[in-house]
Design a protein around this ligand. Structure first.
Ligand SMILES: C[S@@+](CC[C@H](N)C(=O)[O-])C[C@H]1O[C@@H](n2cnc3c(N)ncnc32)[C@H](O)[C@@H]1O
Length: 163
């Protein structure tokens, strides 16, 4: 489950690796762009792209609400965060998203919704040196890259049903 679909780059990467990915995007403008992009890619001449797109399902709505009715194995959360500049492509993507979406001030609520429904884990994509999200529990472990880190929160059925 990609709870913050954006332009679909992360979800496409995961689908290319064989994962079935449900994408959720709440911005109508971003959703429309992504829907058009997926439709175009679905008729690509490249079979690997067509296969990856077939593993992707796009939903329109707020993940904080939609996740309540879902029980995915893994939820990936990549909210808008302070700008980073690793490549021109990332900068261009982020500029488009920033123009369309602005910021995501409710990201703690989204993380809480993700933690409440994920059967295995929640992965938060975050700037490498970014401060922890206020109010969020400590991650179980981190995968640290050059400019980004992935904070991994293991979940379990016991944790989900606890009051
Ligand atoms: C930084 S972008 C994600 C980029 C994406 N990972 C990619 O690879 O293109 C964050 C996106 O998440 C969306 N978003 C933020 N909070 C959301 C929520 N609660 N429900 C659905 N979409 C949300 C924003 O509208 C924005 O398009």
């Amino acid at each position: 489950m990609d709870a913050t679909a954006g332009l679909g780059r992360d979800a496409f990467l995961l689908a290319s690796l064989g994962a079935q990915v449900t994408l959720i995007e709440r911005s109508p403008q971003v959703y429309a762009r992504l829907q058009a992009g997926l439709a175009a890619a679905a008729v690509s001449d490249e079979p690997a792209i067509v296969e990856a797109i077939a593993r992707m399902t796009l939903l329109h709505g707020d993940a904080r609400e939609l996740l309540k009715d879902l029980s995915p194995d893994v939820v990936v959360v990549d909210p808008m965060h302070p700008e980073r500049t690793s490549t021109a492509l990332v900068k261009k993507d982020m500029r488009i998203l920033r123009e369309l979406v602005g910021t995501d001030p409710d990201q703690l609520e989204l993380m809480q919704a993700a933690l409440a429904c994920a059967r295995k884990r929640v992965v938060l994509k975050w700037p490498r040196k970014g401060p922890p999200m206020p109010g969020l529990r400590k991650p179980s472990h981190q995968i640290v890259g050059k400019t980004l880190r992935y904070d991994v929160f293991m979940t379990s059925v016991a944790e989900r049903i606890a009051p």
